[in-house]
Ligand binder design. Structure first.
Ligand SMILES: C[S@@+](CC[C@H](N)C(=O)[O-])C[C@H]1O[C@@H](n2cnc3c(N)ncnc32)[C@H](O)[C@@H]1O
Length: 305
């Protein structure tokens, strides 16, 4: 697979009718000179300080942040603007952060969205951070924040299907909220395995169902109104997938039900959210009658090729 050719081809995605005007305003923001880099790597990842910019520049930054709506992941503070995203991704980051032994390592975040977790991972001092996500809007959100953060994170408009063909391998791959979107989860895990260096590690989260059996829910159509959710395993079934893909030494990090504290509508993401996805008379079920969203966080080591 020719990664360079795919990368070049995908650059044209910024010319799409819905993306071109946003690309333009992000480019305008990138012309604002950032002299003092001010970052607060906290639950609200903050970059840029309003006092360092003129009122015209701050107006442009605000307009750009608004054009980048919907902000799914965050929260961010950019030049003092509080971007309260749909997801309080700090909750997820706080679950995984003690398990990110990534100092000095080459790390990938697959399905990185706007890079929130990668910005947070900077505190762990990885050697290199590469994000994979084929969404030009999320890439532009990343570019916007990163203009003020000035990190050396690499953001690729590529998908998980490209990672094993990437120019180099990884020591640690994070892939959260992606596996249930794959029609062949074991093949996806195998390709992550091939993308890892010897003794590499993965950390994933995915929807799960309760139970000790080796079984998987396959939604008929939508799951929690999401059209492309294909397989929702028990933890044991997930371990079986991982085992078949060449992973072992599982470390169960956490199991967490999604709640309205973590996912909700905000002024920065006004489309439907968790409250619209659950049965209004029974919060333990999705609107389709399946068990309500619950995620398992698990780490595993590459034990074979
Ligand atoms: C449910 S979100 C999860 C985002 C984030 N990792 C998290 O856990 O909060 C799924 C993400 O996967 C991205 N995505 C879609 N297709 C993908 C693909 N083929 N490979 C990698 N990521 C993909 C979407 O753009 C989106 O940002």
């Amino acid at each position: 697979m020719d990664i360079k050719a795919i990368r070049n081809d995908r650059n044209s995605w910024f010319d799409w009718k819905n993306i071109a005007p946003i690309n333009k305003i992000v480019s305008d923001v990138k012309n604002i000179e950032v002299k003092n880099i001010k970052i607060h790597n906290d639950d609200w990842f903050s970059a840029g300080c309003a006092d360092n910019f003129s009122s015209e520049e701050n107006s442009l930054i605000l307009e750009c942040a608004k054009q980048l709506i919907p902000w799914r992941k965050g929260p961010f503070k950019v030049s003092g603007i509080e971007i309260d995203s749909e997801w309080q991704s700090n909750i997820k980051y706080n679950i995984i952060k003690e398990h990110l032994n990534i100092e000095g390592k080459i790390v990938a975040d697959v399905g990185c969205n706007n890079g929130y977790y990668m910005f947070r991972m900077l505190e762990k001092k990885p050697k290199k951070l590469v994000g994979f996500d084929p969404s030009p809007l999320f890439k532009l959100q990343f570019d916007f924040v990163n203009h003020f953060a000035k990190s050396d994170i690499v953001y690729e408009l590529l998908g998980v299907e490209h990672i094993e063909y990437y120019e180099h391998k990884f020591d640690f791959i994070v892939m959260m909220g992606v596996l249930y979107h794959r029609t062949d989860p074991i093949a996806t895990l195998k390709s992550l395995n091939r993308a890892l260096n010897k003794n590499g590690e993965i950390l994933i989260d995915t929807f799960m169902i309760d139970g000790d059996e080796d079984i998987v829910l396959t939604p008929k159509d939508r799951y929690s109104k999401i059209p492309n959710v294909y397989f929702v395993p028990t933890v044991n079934a997930l371990k079986n997938w991982l085992g078949r893909a060449g992973f072992g030494d599982f470390e169960l990090i956490d199991i967490k039900k999604t709640d309205a504290k973590e996912q909700r509508k905000t002024a920065w993401s006004t489309e439907q959210s968790l409250e619209d996805f659950l049965d209004p008379n029974d919060e333990t079920k999705t609107i389709e009658g399946y068990p309500a969203p619950k995620r398992v966080y698990i780490k595993a080591y590459k034990i074979s090729k």
